[in-house]
Write a protein that binds this ligand. Structure first.
Ligand SMILES: CC(C)(COP(=O)(O)OP(=O)(O)OC[C@H]1O[C@@H](n2cnc3c(N)ncnc32)[C@H](O)[C@@H]1OP(=O)(O)O)[C@@H](O)C(=O)NCCC(=O)NCCS
Length: 213
């Protein structure tokens, strides 16, 4: 990233990343989005490239892309963008907030983004293009797959494994040694205590029991 980074996107996730990039004094060459950035206070000094075609004017050997496309359940835009530009020879910056705690014995693959207040413990690997979002915890010896989104406030205990394209919804909890297969959505607030098959949506328990005193 000798020449700096190009930020992809202009929404909420992109703005949090831009905040991190500015704090870390990383040279941001501009942002790429068909839409003007929402947060003009943050983006106003940044050059706006309106088309993905503009990316090709940058030398792929000297810049890196920052994937600021957010990730919501069922939306593959972020993963598709990553795959397309990797195939074209671009590389993606791996970013860790200064306020995150990542063990020196954890491994972050290309394009992983670790946001403020997140903790990743020893022995854990996070697969490419995944987001470990604000205040989430991934404890020791986990293997998190590619294109995962660990949303704000998630707690993943030790020895958990997830395959590709898993969304851990806001505030969900996963007990130790669970295996989560590919294309799973863990709904916000859900506690997972059993292995999950692929292509599953997990909802929080809604159990109401009448108690007669
Ligand atoms: C599970 C989820 C994917 C929704 O699935 P869905 O099948 O589209 O569900 P719907 O939105 O149609 O809701 C169906 C019902 O379940 C309820 N419901 C859905 N998800 C719920 C959740 N996580 N907790 C409690 N209730 C939930 C809805 O309120 C609705 O209730 P109603 O029938 O009484 O109106 C979604 O709610 C969720 O949890 N997404 C994760 C969001 C997230 O992590 N965002 C992070 C952004 S950084």
């Amino acid at each position: 990233m000798n020449d700096g980074v190009l930020l992809i996107g202009s929404g909420g996730h992109a703005s949090v990343l831009l905040d991190m990039l500015i704090e870390q004094k990383i040279n941001v060459l501009g942002y790429v989005s068909p839409l003007l950035a929402m947060n003009q206070k943050l983006f106003s000094d940044l050059h706006w490239f309106k088309s993905d075609e503009d990316i090709f004017q940058f030398d792929k050997t000297t810049i890196q892309l920052v994937n600021g496309i957010g990730s919501l359940p069922g939306n593959t835009l972020r993963a598709d963008f990553y795959m397309k530009y990797k195939k074209l020879g671009y590389s993606f910056a791996t970013l860790v907030s200064k306020d995150a705690g990542v063990s020196g014995y954890a491994t972050l693959e290309q394009g992983v983004q670790v946001m403020r207040g997140a903790i990743i413990q020893t022995g854990t690997t996070v697969g490419y293009n995944s987001i470990v979002n604000t205040g989430s915890i991934v404890d020791h010896d986990c293997t998190i797959g590619s294109n995962n989104h660990i949303a704000p406030g998630v707690t993943i205990s030790g020895h958990v494994t997830s395959q590709k394209n898993v969304h851990f919804g806001t505030g969900s909890s996963i007990i130790q040694s669970i295996n989560i297969n590919e294309n799973v959505i863990v709904g916000s607030g859900t506690t997972i205590t059993k292995d999950i098959e692929k292509n599953t949506i997990c909802y929080p328990a809604r159990i109401f029991k009448k108690v007669i005193y």
